[in-house]
Write a protein that binds this ligand. Sequence first.
Ligand code: ZN
Length: 421
Amino acid sequence: MSIKRVQKKPKLIRLPEGYGPILRPTARETYSLRQQIFELVRATGRIARAKIARTLDISPGSVTALTAELISDGFLREVEETSRETSRGRPPVALELVPDALYVIGVKLSDELHTATLTDFGGNALASASQITTADKKSADELLTETEAIIRKVCKSAKISQKKISAIGVGISGIVNYETGVVAWSPLLEELDTPLGDIFSTYFKTPVCIDNDANVLTLAELWFGAGRALSNFAVITIEHGVGMGFVSDNRLFRGAHSMGLELGHSKVQLDGALCRCGQRGCLEAYLADYALAREASTALITPSSKRQDLNDYLKSLYEMAKLGDQASLKIFKRAGRYLAVALSNIIHLFDPKLIILSGKPMQYEFLYDEEMQIEMRSLALYKSRFDTQIEIQSWGSMVWARGATALALTELTKTIIVEGH
Ligand SMILES: [Zn+2]
């Protein structure tokens, strides 16, 4: 069996300019022509009217009428065509989104570092900001105060007035109902069932969409990364918890209750290790950073007085493993085996084209090396299931906030492009 090498930088196909999912014809069918045209212009970055008509298989007259409408609404504008497809002798004209038509902010709230990115309508990230925070649980009001501070910071950095922000997307760890904006549970919040979406949108006087952090990470790939051209892929995030986002037919899978997929709390062992959720045998209890540290402190002699914080501790464990310390290496290898089990289950359940692994522990290659991938494939049935590619996300810490801007842009597409007409 041949094993595909893990690539640091996902390079699947050459993507066109622009941003947003590149929809397959079947995924477009339910959209109005206005939305289809808008999304095609967005996904290509710059496209001539004739090519829109050919791509969507509609009459040039419809394209002219609908694009005129989108131009007069201030969402599209005419620009010089740069591709070679234009015919000679005619002024080469293409359409693109008007970048300064609208601005959105994406925020990732965490128990370590809040991050925010301000993006224009053209998908350009104009500014980013971060703010160190404490790990203790907070009230909704305290979280609102911290969110306001980072929003003010990113607006100032982009030199854009907060009044010009049309929508805000927020990613937060925990169980979030995307439709209602209610955070059922989050390690950041004191209370259960907090209507954070309502609280934030009332305060900021703008639409605020809230989603699980693994979902916003998946949206970052779907809108701005390798996932743009993929109709079916999964993103696994391993940090304090283990999360998962799944894209099916160019759309984020949300399930019946609009909540995220809880891969971290799927059981891999009956009566197994204790998880943060209070239950036993969850995948997270074997794979998250705290689980690695816990395993290490049980298996290895670690003087408690020299115990550093979690990240430093794992780093030193990794250095020891690299130097050939078998006990340290075993900790990573064991966690890698649990990851192999989880990935083979995902392959069986969802049959994704690509699985993107993300999170700080991905700097420890022992977790996902060839040995892990051999084990993963040996657990998957049938040859057809061997084609799923595994890649490591190489984005920086702003990827979450970037993904959260996609939440805001999705909301705007719904209100101004679809419902506005
Ligand atoms: Zn659990």
